[in-house]
Ligand binder design. Structure first.
Ligand code: GBH
Length: 467
């Protein structure tokens, strides 16, 4: 790799609690919405659940040792609300103790802990009170953030409130694809606003407690929404609507303190503004120290039904709720002939460069950026104890090149986290889809660094020497 990144550029890898920990009902942890959703027949492929996952809860010290071997500068993980405050009734010392030990192991290994408070695993007890459709959940989130800060605030400096609120609001409450699996646009829009509110309240709270010693931010999944046929006004408008609902409904309240007016018009029938109380937007638009960007692929958007034989039609987890997003059918996986991953996602590193430059050009208040997730699923094969995942490494390397190009062209990017450290529970896709740079044998839980892990370690080392 020929790029030179600044010396303090942060190289890391990311995971999420429900995807790796297991121990779903151990040491006081109670059901999260993903435990419950995964037990609904047909919700997750093969009926897979997060119950055991990749047993990180028990293998944490070895997993941190592996991170150290790879030379990671940072590890992005999430804490589980249902472990820290089971049923949201009380703070569970045993649950917090796990994260405290994790943080100690990381610091001991010279790895910066990068903590995410919400990566989709709401306590089921709160779902029973309406989940994110209930404004009170935003206040319960602050209680939870406060409990985590009590335990870790002396050692953790980097705090992310939410991971991909698009997924935990619209995709979960409208698309039906993620827990709690609803298909109700009004509920999804309420969830979206209440998650923004929870973010703002938590940033305020953490800032009051930790001041400028803390780095506070949020991670969004952002996409370039490209009309399938730029000459077709219906496709162009569908792309505008996807850009509005998926990108701008998040970027604009957070960075500009207002919701995009075209989207408010699109969703007028749901009376979205009933959820937005006086003062909420000021709370939501707290100054941020960083914005995390997750990017895997762009989206080609069409207002027309899928063509015969399009890979999206074969999607096992497809839900009719998705039709809300553009009113009828739409295509997200592009048909423009690029190579595809095992998720059927296109490989288009230039989309990442374009996205970073667009953010830089559009938002004067944009804080420094971190790529908090980027990576790919491929059908790995374990042969003679090795996984030679050349395609995954090519994907990662090309995206790192795209980040370098964006930086040269003016984007302020400070770090890159590969998704994911370990093969894990890929939500509605269960354990079928492997995103890890480290292979996990599902029977023995053995960890085997893939070629991509070895090459990523090499790149990090090389960069450290040259920077
Ligand atoms: C991320 O989300 C997650 O943060 C991570 O936990 C996950 O493992 C990783 O990526 C890999 O999937 O079906 O057309 O309604 C994934 C990004 C964006 C994928 C929205 C699903 C649904 C769009 N997600 N997309 S649609």
């Amino acid at each position: 790799m020929m790029n030179t990144f600044p010396k303090d550029f942060l190289w890391g890898s990311a995971t999420a609690a429900a995807q790796i920990e297991g121990a779903a009902h151990l040491d006081g942890k109670e059901d999260s919405i993903w435990d419950v959703f995964s037990r609904v027949p047909g919700a997750v492929q093969h009926g897979d659940t997060p119950e055991v996952a990749v047993d990180h809860y028990h293998r944490m010290p070895q997993d941190v040792a592996l991170m150290r071997e790879l030379g990671l500068g940072s590890y992005r993980f999430s804490t589980s609300w249902a472990r820290v405050r089971p049923g949201d009734r009380f703070t569970n010392a045993k649950g917090l103790d796990f994260y405290s030990r994790l943080v100690d192991e990381l610091l001991e290994a010279g790895i910066l802990p990068w903590l995410t408070l919400y990566h989709w695993d709401l306590p089921q007890a709160l779902q029973e009170r309406g989940g994110w459709t209930n404004r009170d959940t935003a206040h319960r989130f602050v209680d939870y953030a406060s409990a985590v800060y009590d335990a870790l605030g002396d050692r953790v400096t980097h705090w992310t409130t939410f991971n991909e609120p698009l997924c935990s609001s619209l995709i979960s409450y409208v698309g039906g694809e993620h827990a709690p699996g609803l298909m109700d646009p009004g509920a999804g829009l309420a969830a979206l606003h209440h998650q923004h509110l929870a973010h703002g309240l938590a940033v305020q709270h953490l800032r009051e407690r930790g001041g400028d010693d803390l780095q506070l931010g949020i991670t969004l999944n952002l996409t370039n929404a490209i009309p399938e046929d730029p000459g077709d006004p219906a496709d162009v408008d569908a792309a505008r609507r996807i850009d509005g609902l998926w990108n701008r409904m998040f970027l604009e309240p957070l960075l500009l303190g207002a919701y995009p007016s075209d989207v408010l018009e699109d969703v007028a029938e749901y009376d979205f503004e009933q959820w937005v109380h006086d003062g909420d937007l000021e709370t939501i638009a707290q100054p941020l120290d960083f914005l995390g960007v997750n990017h895997y692929h762009d989206d080609n958007v069409s207002a027309h039904p899928l063509p015969e034989g399009h890979p999206e039609s074969a999607r096992p987890t497809k839900r009719p709720g998705r039709s809300f997003f553009v009113g009828s059918e739409f295509v997200t996986s592009p048909t423009r002939g690029l190579p595809r991953t095992a998720m059927d996602w296109e490989v288009n590193p230039d989309g990442l460069r374009t996205l970073l430059l667009r953010l830089t050009a559009t938002y004067p208040t944009l804080p420094p950026l971190y790529i908090t997730e980027n990576g790919a699923a491929y059908d790995d094969e374990l042969v003679d104890g090795r996984v030679e995942d050349h395609e995954r490494w090519a994907y990662i390397a090309a995206h790192i090149d795209a980040v370098a190009a964006a930086m040269e062209q003016g984007a302020d990017v400070r770090g890159y986290f590969v998704w994911s450290l370990l093969d894990n529970f890929e939500w509605a896709w269960g354990y079928d889809k492997r995103f890890g740079i480290v292979y996990v044998d599902r029977d023995t839980q053995q960890r085997i660094p893939k070629l991509s892990a070895r090459n990523f370690a090499g790149l990090i080392g090389e960069n450290r020497r040259r920077a």
